[in-house]
Design a protein around this ligand. Structure first.
Ligand code: PLP
Length: 345
């Protein structure tokens, strides 16, 4: 029996997709990069195959794992010569520089051009777009420009985002009759900028998996479950766990569940981000008393810190046996690799 596993509710994912479709007529590209946000790219793409209009992945390795003959957009605007033969007919390359173009000779390729509208990660600058398009049409007749897109990096900031949208709109306007696919909205962009009407595709990841949008009726698709690995009676005034950070106040039943740092659990202290950011998160969690482990919906106290693969918990006052199943709060993106997944419909 598994100690720790991830339950993925495909029906909820289907419901999320339907909710998206209900509010837009734009075509939906499912973003399945990074192993479908940790949920399993093969399983997720074969489930979504008939339900979405295409897929979005990070790189060529991932594109090959997509179980679908629908279009697969590869986000990384970089490819090595020795990998060119791996590009299948339904793969779409992202182009944002001339250097990459030079490699694409001697056979047909389909590309989307990525325009940088303010994130400054990848993308060609708006003022260089026309030249790029001219160049492709002149010198690279084997290349089909199937699409043009940009990415909104801070949808919460309306002022910034509106400017990005405007920049991109101006880019697109001149080419709208020649380039079929136009897209810029991700999950939060889709939720917030419903008036955008010059695009015809959206790229959705988070919302599909229920990472966000619960206030808008979207459902969380994945949940982590654990069974007790062991259970020990510990006397009064005894330390529990690494670093002696917890001391029992009375005789206590201490349980062990098989989840720890290796699964990305309780590891915020290992996440590198600004001091202020960490402080805010810490206070937020303290105020909300956000527990990471639950039994039948009730929070379970953790005793001491977690270790690499185990966490000790307080079983006092809980009715538990070998079959009890604990709910674990875990990010599928962090947890992915070694945790078995169970798909349900
Ligand atoms: C990850 C990503 C998306 C999907 O974003 P969500 O917020 O998960 O919907 C869309 N476009 C690009 C370029 C991305 O990198």
């Amino acid at each position: 029996m598994e100690k720790l596993w991830c339950e993925i509710d495909l029906k909820s994912m289907e419901d999320n997709l339907e909710l998206i479709r209900k509010n837009t007529s734009k075509r939906v590209l499912a973003v399945v990069k990074c192993n479908a946000y940790g949920l399993g790219i093969e399983e997720i793409t074969s489930f979504l195959d008939k339900k979405v209009d295409g897929f979005v992945v990070s790189d060529l390795d991932e594109a090959e794992k997509v179980c679908s003959s629908k279009p697969v957009l590869i986000l990384l605007p970089k490819i090595d010569y020795e990998d060119l033969h791996r590009i299948k007919d339904n793969f779409i390359l992202t182009i944002d520089n001339i250097e990459m173009l030079k490699k694409l000779k001697n056979r047909p390729y389909t590309v989307h051009i990525f325009v940088d509208s303010g994130m400054h990660r990848f993308g060609i600058r708006a003022q260089e777009l026309d030249e790029m398009i001219r160049k492709i049409k002149g010198d690279y007749t084997n290349i089909t420009i199937d699409g043009i897109y940009t990415h909104l990096n801070h949808p919460r900031d309306s002022k910034y985002t509106r400017k990005q949208i405007q920049t991109f709109r101006q880019c697109v306007e001149k080419h709208v009759n020649q380039i079929p696919c136009i897209h810029l909205l991700n999950s939060r962009g889709y939720l917030k900028y419903k008036d955008v009407d010059f695009d015809n595709h959206i790229r959705i990841g988070n919302l599909l998996y229920g990472y966000c949008g619960t206030r808008h009726g979207f459902k969380k698709v994945f949940s982590y479950k654990a069974r007790l690995v062991s259970r020990t009676k510990v006397g009064k005034n005894k330390y529990v766990g690494y670093g002696n950070r917890y001391k029992t106040k009375k005789e206590t039943y201490v349980g062990v569940v098989g989840v720890g740092y290796i699964h990305g659990f309780n590891s915020t202290r290992n996440v590198k981000s600004g001091l202020l950011h960490n402080l805010v998160r810490y206070i937020h969690q303290a105020i909300k008393r956000e527990a990471l482990i639950y039994l039948d919906g009730k929070p379970v106290d953790m005793l001491g810190g977690s270790s690499m693969n185990f966490t000790q918990i307080d079983l006092d006052g809980l009715e538990v046996d070998q079959d009890s199943i604990f709910d674990i709060k875990l990010s599928s993106i962090l947890a992915d690799g070694m945790i078995p997944k169970e798909y349900k419909y």
